[in-house]
Design a protein around this ligand. Structure first.
Ligand code: SF4
Length: 375
């Protein structure tokens, strides 16, 4: 393997997202992963996870993580790699989840996707009783004294009206509440996700951000900023903070491929951990090409994986926004809408988002300016 002496990757990896499987028992309307399952025999195991570097935080995700029969072994190894491990789950497998937490206790956390109140959740996820199972897991974990637990939703037309109620429910249950917006990418096997009533979604996020700013917990203030970033994204605008995926963060595919992220239209492997060492991959020419793509990426997505660490690294910008909106409390305005949406979430002139993607160059104007060296 040729090493690039001009490697622009950071020495210390801050965040990793391990996609353990593409098998999934849910049938979500915004994600087609379940249509393209991996074969269990093709999914890498703990001997490959042993090769991961040390990092600050790690997300174990899927597909559905609890379809892996060796989830306990996976968690045991990953705990040696990161200071904080959070599992993302669809909340279906009650017994398997509780068994894992009985063993690992507060050394791990979990976020369960709840896509609305029971009717909306079960419809969006295509899982009758999905809401019940998710709540059953959360209440049981809460009763066991597990601290790092919560649920989250991906905001879309079908659940915008439930955001406020779910947030209140999370507060009553004393668990975390996470938000995301629809994205189109290779990972979801989706290019036609779209939001028709973005104003409803934006209004829900504005209300949520305002309430988070009223909290006494500084952590909630930064959550408010994250939600403001989602509003910004839904308006088709550039990210509020830079993206450093592949520089200090990565995704690992079930087949061992190391990727910059899960938000691009095509995967862009840096290398494969089944057959290479971490150092070979991180210092490879393929990794540099991927970093170049990240620096020029026009998707401008706003997902926790690529944003969470950036907020920690650049607290000044979020703090300025917090101060401006908290003391004294100020209405959270929606930024002006871009005409050309880099993520193409809305479609243009009645075309689907997919048709729009084929028609327009997805590079925001200011990125074009940066690329051409304009001030
Ligand atoms: S902005 Fe681009 S590189 Fe960054 S996470 Fe999104 S899709 Fe990936």
């Amino acid at each position: 393997m040729t090493r690039d002496s001009n490697c622009t990757g950071d020495k210390y990896v801050r965040f990793g997202s391990v996609i353990s499987t593409y098998r999934c028992n849910a049938r979500c309307n915004m994600c087609n992963i379940w249509r393209f399952p991996t074969r269990a025999a093709d999914e890498v195991g703990v001997e490959v996870y042993q090769k991961l570097p040390q990092m600050r935080a790690l997300n174990l995700t899927g597909g559905e993580v609890f379809l892996r029969s060796d989830v306990d072994d996976i968690v045991t190894v990953l705990k040696t790699k990161a200071r904080r491990i959070v599992i993302s789950s669809n909340g279906w497998f009650v017994d398997r989840t509780l068994r894992l937490f009985e063993k690992h206790g507060n050394s791990i956390g979990i976020r369960i996707s709840i896509e609305g109140l029971s009717h909306a959740n079960d419809r969006i996820r295509g899982m009758p009783r999905g809401f019940d199972n998710a709540i059953r897991i959360l209440t049981a974990l809460h009763g066991m004294g597990i601290k790092d637990i919560g649920f989250g939703l991906t905001i879309q037309d079908a659940n915008a009206q439930d955001v406020k109620d779910l947030y209140q429910l999370a507060k009553m249950m004393d668990v975390e509440f996470a938000t995301a917006a629809l994205h189109n990418s290779f990972y979801f096997h989706k290019q036609d996700n779209r939001i028709d009533s973005s104003q409803d979604a934006i209004a829900a996020l504005q209300e949520l951000a305002a309430d988070l700013l009223r909290s006494r917990r500084p952590k909630d203030w930064f959550r408010a900023y994250f939600n403001y970033g989602l509003i910004n994204y839904l308006q088709g605008r550039e990210r509020l903070l830079p993206c450093r995926m592949a520089h200090d963060a990565f995704f690992l595919e079930p087949n061992g491929d190391v990727l910059p992220c899960n938000g691009m239209d095509e995967p862009m492997p840096l290398g494969n951990l089944r057959v290479q060492s971490w150092d070979e991959i991180w210092h490879s020419r393929a990794a540099e090409r991927a970093r170049q793509s990240v620096r020029n990426c026009g998707k401008q997505c706003w997902m926790m994986g690529s944003v969470g660490q950036e907020i920690k690294k650049h607290p000044v910008e979020p703090l300025k926004w917090i101060i401006a909106h908290k003391w004294p409390p100020r209405k959270i305005e929606s930024p002006p809408k871009e005409n050309r949406h880099p993520h193409s979430l809305f479609g243009v002139d009645g075309l689907s988002a997919k048709q729009t993607m084929q028609l327009i160059q997805i590079r925001p104007a200011s990125l074009e300016a940066k690329a051409s060296g304009a001030p």
